[in-house]
Design a protein around this ligand. Sequence first.
Ligand code: ADX
Length: 172
Amino acid sequence: MIWLMGLSGAGKSTISNLFEEQLNESGFFSMKLDGDEMRKGLNYNLGFSMDDRAENIRRAAETAKIIASNGVIVICSFITPLNGHRTIAKKILGDMYFEVFIDCPLDICEQRDVKGLYEQAHNNTLKNFTGISSAFERPTTPDLILHTDNFTAEQCCDQLYNAVKNKIADNA
Ligand code: ADX
């Protein structure tokens, strides 16, 4: 159970896609869960208040737990903005939880602005936007930090693959 967290535009989905490909090529079956997808269906009734984000994370973690208990590696990508939200996921997933901070400075996420959401947040047409008008706490005890501003997505994916392999070896 790999939990990728970080600001919008930090690179969570890019790394998740690459990592899934790498796992599949290595013979592991994996599945992705991400905030945008979950919010289209299962979590369509949730917004971006801190309580709704907490419920979003709770449902995502419970879903991931069911999938992972069937022997599938689950890669979750959610902003997960507060330490309290991370605690919710960790409590549900226990030892399976491997927390990865996709660390990218806010100004670089703003420059990338892949979805145009930072612009909307600055124009005030999008409320409660993480990093602009809604809080993001740096995680204090991630299992791994990936610096997507200093390394390519492929390099970050390799770092993640090696860290996960080490964790599996440690637990064996
Ligand atoms: S979380 O805070 O509850 O973990 P989640 O990862 O599910 O967030 O959803 C984040 C995605 O929702 C972003 O990548 C972005 O595309 C979209 N989004 C829309 N509105 C907001 C907002 N106010 N804050 C953050 N993300 C938003």
